[in-house]
Design a protein around this ligand. Structure first.
Ligand SMILES: Cc1cc2nc3c(=O)[nH]c(=O)nc-3n(C[C@H](O)[C@H](O)[C@H](O)COP(=O)(O)OP(=O)(O)OC[C@H]3O[C@@H](n4cnc5c(N)ncnc54)[C@H](O)[C@@H]3O)c2cc1C
Length: 455
């Protein structure tokens, strides 16, 4: 047990990527001493090791706050990777959005114009593939930013393995993935001054509107003037215990991994996303059986766009991961272990086979799947909360939704700036925890709804 009798200057609750990155930014980047990191679970084990590990600087409006945060976050990730021989395998393969619907191209052009105005980089159009520069499989230097729009035959020539139905592809370039667990472990190794305590935080002692101490499940009372909630899918209840209403919801998101024995996903592929809604491919007899089964009949409905996949692992690995957010309902509490969805692996594989015809044989004999997942913690505007709470000395870094790995450096850097009283970057105001309590903010947000886009 760490020596708790020395009062920590800051207690961080939660050793997921948000808490670990915050500890790193406070101690390594700002020289803050006596930081205590409290978690009842092993570090990074609840949500932060379950993700797709992907990143992108391509974000919707209504303003440039998300692009600003992510550009900063990716700058910091790249600098960290450079300083450590790219130990966490940051790549820059990009996100490749694919469509068989010509109308979508105009929507992509509009999204690209907005993304460019926010600082995500320019759009380059390629009616033929000669001008298009494919992504390098490894590393992240010397690659373009912005996005490439491939049209018609250029899609098939650049990506011969995707469905011939694809009429356009949008390749977002400041994007890729990394090994999230190696990245988080590196931050913990570097943040040597941090004391890590395995215990549950059970509450804060607040006097005259200020945090004075926190209590732990070990029975200890730890005096401190600063408390950071980095509690992932316990945010709503942890904030409520301090009298703060953070209207987050929890959405279950699953992920399937399987051995791609047919090598339908090339090992150097980018993250591949089928943007169109679709009906799953079934034989006529399967369709009749499903129609007669009230629990499975929904498998005949139209599913939303967004099924995606990428190769996983180095060397001789044939693993791929696949995801599809087709039934992410908003929940008020996160349950653990994360409840299963027995249909998930087959639904994802069938959806992916629409984009990657080489996967069709899997529909006769499904590969053995490994499914895991966690919760997205989401504010109504799907933006993070980073900054001070209404109780003096209490801070939050959370609501990191589906972007907590990619946004961890930016969010932790921002929270560390709040905690140490530094000048704040221009995007700080967009992530104020209290924003949703302000009618003017809600109205402005609702008026701009529809300007966003998924994934
Ligand atoms: C399927 C899936 C795919 C995803 N894909 C991506 C992706 O491609 N890119 C990306 O950037 N993000 C992705 N994400 C999102 C990302 O994983 C999360 O945003 C991120 O991990 C959240 O980190 P966190 O530190 O806030 O929460 P967590 O990792 O959940 O950590 C919170 C920690 O707080 C601890 N804690 C809570 N309450 C207490 C208490 N009272 N006392 C002590 N400890 C406590 C918990 O034990 C836990 O360890 C994905 C998520 C899922 C589920």
């Amino acid at each position: 047990m760490a020596n708790l009798h020395r009062s920590p200057s800051i207690v961080i609750v939660g050793a997921g990527i948000a808490g670990v990155a915050t500890a790193y930014h406070l101690t390594v980047k700002r020289g803050v001493r006596d930081v205590l990191l409290v978690d009842s679970r092993p570090p990074l084990s609840l949500t932060s090791d379950k993700s797709t590990e992907a990143y992108r600087n391509w974000w919707p409006g209504p303003d440039g706050a998300m692009v600003g945060l992510m550009n900063r976050s990716i700058d910091l990730l790249e600098a960290l990777a450079d300083a450590h021989g790219n130990r966490f395998l940051l790549n820059r393969r990009g996100y490749l959005f694919l469509t068989a619907e010509r109308e979508r191209v105009e929507a992509w052009r509009r999204a690209a114009a907005a993304a460019k105005a926010f600082g995500a980089g320019p759009l380059r159009e390629h009616p033929t593939p000669e001008t298009y520069r494919p992504a390098a499989a490894r590393g992240f230097h010397g690659q373009p930013d912005g996005a490439d729009l491939l049209l018609g035959d250029a899609v098939r020539r650049a990506f011969p393995y995707v469905s011939p139905r694809a009429v356009a592809a949008l390749h977002v370039r400041r994007a890729g993935w990394l090994s999230a667990h190696t990245y988080g472990t590196l931050l913990l190794e570097e943040a040597r001054g941090v004391r890590l305590v395995q215990a549950r935080y059970t509450g804060a002692e607040v006097r005259r509107g200020r945090v004075e101490a926190v209590s732990l499940s070990t029975g200890e009372r730890v005096p401190t003037a600063a408390l950071v909630l980095a509690v992932g899918p316990f945010l709503r209840e942890s904030a409520a215990a301090l009298g703060v209403d953070l209207p987050v919801v929890y959405e279950r998101h699953l992920k399937v991994a399987f051995d791609d024995r047919l090598e339908a996903v090339p090992r150097d592929a980018p993250l591949l996303i089928w943007s169109d809604p679709q009906r799953l491919p079934w034989r006529a007899d399967e369709r009749a059986a499903l129609a007669a089964d009230s629990e499975a009949a929904f498998l005949l409905d139209e599913f939303p766009g967004g099924v995606h996949t990428r190769p996983e692992g180095e060397g001789g690995s044939r693993m791929v991961i696949g995801l599809w957010e087709y039934n992410a309902l908003p929940l008020e509490t996160a349950r653990f272990p994360v409840p299963d969805d027995p249909f998930y692996p087959e639904v994802v594989l069938r959806g992916l086979s629409t984009m990657l015809p080489a996967m069709r044989p899997y529909l006769q004999r499904l590969p053995r799947p490994v499914v895991d997942g966690g919760y997205y913690v989401k504010m109504p505007d799907n933006r993070p909360v980073v900054g001070p709470l209404a109780v003096e000395g209490a801070y939050v870094v959370g609501a990191l939704s589906g972007f907590g790995i990619m946004g961890s450096q930016g969010a932790a850097d921002l929270l560390a700036a709040h905690l140490t009283g530094e000048a704040l970057p221009p995007y700080a105001a967009a992530f104020r925890p209290e924003r949703w309590a302000e009618a003017a903010y809600r109205q402005q947000w609702e008026a701009s709804a529809g300007e966003g886009w998924a994934l």
